[in-house]
Design a binder for this molecule. Sequence first.
Ligand SMILES: [Zn+2]
Ligand SMILES: [Zn+2]
Length: 920
Amino acid sequence: MSSQARVRTLPIRLAPLAGESLDSWLFAYAVRLQTPLSEFAAATGLDDGFLRQPARSIAIGENLPDVAVTAAATAIDPVALNRLWSPLARYSRAVRGRFAGSILRNLVVPLAWSRFCPQCLATDGDRWKVTWRLPWHTTCPTHHGLLVDTCPACGARQRRLPLADAAVEAGSSGRCTGALPRAPGRRLKLCGHDLTSTPTSRGDQVAGALLLQRAAAPALAAGASDAALDAAVHVLADVSVIAAHLHSGGSAVVPGLGGPAELASSLARAWTLHGCSDDEGLASLVARDLAGGRGIMPASWRLAGPSLTTRVMRVRDASMRPTDRLRWRSTTTPRRPRPDGLGQSTARVRCCPEALWLDWAIRLMPSSGVSSASFRVMAAAALRLPGTTTPLGDLVAGTCHDGLGRKVSQALRAIGDGAQVFATLRTLTELADGLDAHGSPIDYGRRRQLVSSVELLSARDWDRICAHAGARTGHSRKLSNARLWLYETLTGGPLHSAPKAIRPHEDGVEVYHRFALRLPSRAIELLDHHGACVLANLNIDEPLTWSPPRDWVDPDGLPGPEPDGINPDRVNQMLHARVAPTVVATRLGISLDHLSHIVRRHPPEAHPRANASFRNRSPLPEDLTPERLRELVVGQGQGLRVVAREFGVDRKSIAAALEREGIPAGPAGRRPTAIDAEWLRAQYVDRSRPLPELAREIGTSTSTVAKAAKAYGIALRGPGGASHARNLGSPEPGLPSPLAEALAGEAGHDRVRRYQVLARCHSVAQAARVIGCIQATLHAQLARLERSCGALVVRSNRWHQHQRLTLVGQALLHQADDHLGRPPSAPSDLPEPLAAALASYGGDGRVRRFIEVAEADSLGQAARLLGTHQTRLSKQVLSLEASCGGSLLHRRTATNVPQRLTDLGQLLVQQATAHFRFAV
Ligand SMILES: [Zn+2]
Ligand SMILES: [Zn+2]
């Protein structure tokens, strides 16, 4: 049997018992074969060294070679063989990891020796269970007696060392294998006490100990999942921590393991406290540490798993400082805060504005005790705390919170009763968790830098915004307030941390709030747009404003109201009726902040005469952009009067716009240079038309045309002359009225042809583009046509309305089409609703935008694609719907349902797509 190469099946078979330890089975086998361990090792393909290891190492399979030979020799399935050691090895790894560095590991790491149940040994023969090596396994689940630690005769611990050959020879069978003291040179003598006769005791603790053992059983189960193992190890950690506190009279010292009786009793009590639904018992243990002033969560509780930590923090919560409660997340799922250097909390700082988002401030704001402005600032500073041990001073360095320090704790404690403070801290913690998980689309840190480095709003931009909003521009204070408004919008910061140039003084704050509440909706829209442009110019691709979504936070128990729970129409009605904002807020039982939030979300229509500072002036239309104005005045040489009439605004507004945009205006719009030399030559020389007619046609004086002619070297004819005669015939016979009259007279034919185009356009401006002449010419020709017909043919078109033909005008159009044919340059007749849509103010652009809207899932998405604002887009769609006489969109009813087009909307999109395809 000396050669390992010749392994054969052993003559005797010995199957392992359920729950038996690997060392037990191997030793029992050797005893049964009466073979010294070295020979047994050779016969079973095991290394001699393996069997000479301490018994615990054998039990966890340390240095175990491949078991194939052993399995063959013993005729045991290799899987079953591995199951003798692998669960213990796996458990051992798990607890060594979980309990690393803690003295409590002595309660869980497998013992170097094995306890035993005398009755089990008596029943099973000399077979030792794997669980007997677990310190917390104190009681035999079969016999309900305490396990025994040592031999009652010699006091030796069993199964520490490999089995001595003497024990093999003796056939140990339940006898003590402890060595007796011997003289040098004498043979080893074993105690040999019959362990099966050891008396065992039972106590009150047995039931509790057994429950714990059952709960932790998955830790040793061969088929347990990783999660089940983890859960079992968590239970062991929690119970050990509690047991340690039971034992130590408040200190963090782990009990000396003591005997199984002592251990079983503390484990059983710990188990009861662990499972107890109220925290009273736990509270006394925790309170002892608190009294000792050992910090928030003393090191002795460090091993506690999440649920026990939660309970401990719950006990301690009310007596902790608010900042510590935030750091520990004591109001949600408490966790030990970590010093994270430049980690998570720093990342979160960038997601935090300097003042808490207005909507969240409304939800959290206590009804009294603290001013809204300071609450928002403190709360925003507090958002940086959850989860970190970094001092607040470091977290808020470089922001307006610098130097707040312990004021944050004081302010948070002052906000109300315990429930209110709890709800506020919980919400702040959940918001911080949300920011960690999802981030914020806005980098507030960068925004703060931005506002100090760029001019937010130039005087000219503000003047332009006011002109388009129909509001008075006002003086420097108003401009400063507008800048402050942009500062607030872009940074979400408090007024007092605004750049010095625009920071309001104490009395200025109220003035600013009045300003903000009275801003006309169009001004808000334009300011928002301006803010978006500021970002775009800096290549910052972020939404203008943002706040964390509602569902990041548990809605229960918030002290304040829901920001959108107030009907904005009521607010706007009262503001419209010139009720002071503070009175409006009082009547509705809301804060001024809340009022501002509503106004910001639902801008009121302009307040007529609501406030002297926003007295109406006639607003510049949206499409009269500085570029357009320059083109009209400089490029086409139109006068103030013409432009003003064309856009339906007063001349003063146009003059102001020219001044603002630095556009040179000629003397009353008469600009000789605007008269084209070729045109003049063709009309005056080739076609022999008289100067006054040409002057009328282009809306200027005869002398201006004469000067121009002189300048171009065109010889002037004398007054009167034969040239008139050609066109002075009487009405052509046989033509219907009013066509006959319209065709009569100088250049009548041209006028009618142009009228056929003009009548098919929605404005003179459009007709001028189609024909390729200046608007003034068309206006003059139209006036002449109307004089010839003796009636209006086109109803005067105000800047925002489609022009309409009078009955005479319609008749003239039909007759002209019949007799002269349709001019090829006239726009084709459009089907409804496209015609109506295009005819509305700014219709072309709106219809094009609507095609984009139709393809998006929501207005919000479309707005992002188009680079505009949702409110603005939504308004445009609404006016388009008004023009088409019905709704075009089924709006979304829930966030996951895309919007759909109505039938009318589909028709419009079809027509518009076809129309634009041909138009291009
Ligand atoms: Zn037993
Ligand atoms: Zn003994």
